[in-house]
Design a protein around this ligand. Sequence first.
Ligand code: SAH
Ligand code: MG
Length: 212
Amino acid sequence: MDLTAGVRYAEELYSADEPLEDVLASIREKGMPEISVSPGYGRLLTLLVRMTGAKQVLEIGALGGYSGICLARGLTEGGRLLSLELREDYAALARDNLKRAGFEACTEVRVGDAREQLDELIREGRSFDLFFIDADKVYAPDYLDKALALAKPGSVIIGDNAFYHGKAYNPDNQGPGAIGIRRFNERMATDSRLESTLLPAYDGMTIARVKG
Ligand code: SAH
Ligand code: MG
């Protein structure tokens, strides 16, 4: 990660987080993409779950379980995390890592395309208190629509990689992922149902609250 001096200063204040370091090592060992959420935003995920008292948490994009552990750490009695992941092998590692971190009982990782899984959750009439949207950026706007269908007043919606490694604000980049994350960020900023902010450290993160 290319850290600015401010981010490096902030990271140095925190001691090493061994369970999360183990997750990063397991991802590296398997040759999986090293795109887990940044440590500072991982800590923020824990805080947001804890501060909102969220009981039903939904993650879109599990990878190796790094952000899943951060979300699960914030859960209180009776809280649950459901994580959606396209790839069976990634889901298996995420389950292993969540178990190793002590969160097997309060977490579930489901395999399949997130758009279909979200539609299924909508059909089931489910609702969630907090969403972490962090899968393929092409479909980020669709994930937001479906999250809104699963949300209630006061629910929190978080989007990772608002800058998409710089592609979001490079107008020459008209790739589908760049277009997707731009639309997502614009929707988070302007949708009348949401109040939100964009945190510009690391790779950017958007946080919104559903009004009402
Ligand atoms: N949230 C993780 C990182 C997720 S990386 C963390 O911070 O620890 C993005 C993940 O989204 C990858 O694991 C990828 O396999 C998954 N993904 C990509 N397309 C998807 C889709 N259509 N449905 C569900 N998951 C998808
Ligand atoms: Mg991410």
